[in-house]
Write a protein that binds this ligand. Structure first.
Ligand code: ZN
Length: 371
């Protein structure tokens, strides 16, 4: 079975603003890393260029009025209702071709699902996908178009069972809101607690409503949560939930901003914990639509994505350039020869605080979800 990566040179060269932390260039660096570590060009792999999402498909989730405001802002217009829709803020600036950027990124995710539906691939990875904060009528958290909500809505309308596993450091609030009252999608989000990180919610008590009760699962973890505690919380809840729900497709939002060197969050993961969780997602999911989402240390993010891709493809990274270019292109911390970090544990007192909290969340969820 083929594994497909979605890549657009055009998209990778777009920029929100020079100092904005969200860098589409990450996808280009990822492709370079995949080449360097012999993770691309294998015969069961494909690289597909995304096409812009057709306008009609935006309305599977978004309001027409909002899309109109986004298009107007993209052309350089500004009005107070554009600002009220969350466009033109520090997080979601107005930049040239922002509409084109958004529909190309979302197009990649939608196309990824179509490729999975066609039966040719088991895994599709769209690094510049996973805009889990966008609401139906507003932008927030670097997200303008919610490619996840659009694509999942289409899949469930076609009668498929879908689960979304979101391991980005931020709570997937836009996806939670989109499917809060339905049992047609199982949404699971592991993230840094809303007490210390945007968007401020995503507590374990938010379990869905009406028919959706029990189908929205949040696993908030404390700042300083390290690999051990994270993997423990993930393994306690996610595999049994997926086993019970039996999805046809898993949308995996694999943001790597949980890394201890990420400048925007306070989690303390390394590649080691991330890899374990990716390996489990790979094992429990029949078909995977992986989306890159957040990650603001460019070098760590691309290394973690490369490791995720290697896991999905069953490959071991081998540095073909070891000793040749060193850290020149990928930053000094990437070094030559490995994508992996050395093991790391939070200091004992911090670790205990994180583990106690994780234990409370896990026990609460096990009881409420009858796991
Ligand atoms: Zn994030």
């Amino acid at each position: 079975m083929i594994n497909t990566i979605i890549y657009s040179y055009e998209l990778s060269n777009m920029e929100f603003k020079p100092n904005h932390p969200f860098k589409p260039i990450r996808s280009k660096i990822l492709m370079e890393l995949l080449n360097r570590y012999d993770l691309l060009n294998h015969k069961n792999q494909m690289v597909v260029e995304p096409l812009p999402l057709k306008e009609e498909l935006l309305y599977l989730f978004h309001e027409r009025k909002y899309i109109e405001l986004l298009r107007r802002a993209s052309k350089g217009e500004f009005s107070i209702d554009i600002f009220y829709a969350g466009i033109g803020t520090e997080d979601n600036p107005i930049f040239e071709s922002m509409y084109e950027f958004s529909i190309l990124a979302a197009g990649g995710t939608f196309q990824g699902a179509e490729i999975l539906l066609s039966g040719t691939s088991r895994v599709v990875f769209n690094p510049i996908g996973g805009f889990h904060h966008a609401g139906k009528g507003h932008a927030e958290g670097f997200c303008y178009i919610n490619d996840i909500a659009i694509t999942i809505t289409d899949l469930i309308q076609k009668g498929h069972r879908v689960a979304c596993i979101d391991i980005d450091a931020h709570h997937g609030n836009g996806v939670q809101d989109a499917f809060y009252d339905t049992d047609k999608v199982l949404t699971i989000s592991l993230h840094e607690s809303g007490e210390t990180l945007y968007p401020g919610g995503g507590f374990e008590t938010e379990l869905g409503k009406g028919k959706g009760e029990g189908y929205n699962v949040n696993i908030p973890l404390l700042n300083d949560t390290d690999d051990d505690v994270y993997v423990y919380a993930f393994d306690s809840i996610v595999p049994p939930l997926i086993e019970r729900y039996k999805p046809d497709f898993v949308v995996a939002v694999i943001g790597s901003d949980t890394h201890k060197d990420d400048p925007l969050t306070h989690m303390k993961l390394t590649t080691n914990g991330y890899k374990k969780v990716i390996a489990t997602i790979n094992d429990i999911s029949p078909k995977i639509l992986a989306l890159g989402a957040g990650g603001y240390n460019i070098y760590k993010t691309t290394a973690m994505w490369a490791l995720a891709w290697a896991t999905f493809c069953g490959l071991t990274p081998t540095d073909l350039f070891a000793g040749v270019i060193g850290g020149f292109m990928y930053g000094p911390e990437a070094g030559a020869g490995t994508l992996d970090d050395p093991p790391f544990s939070s200091p004992p007192e911090e670790k205990k605080r994180c583990l106690d909290h994780a234990n409370r969340v896990v026990s609460f969820l096990k009881e409420r979800l009858s796991l």
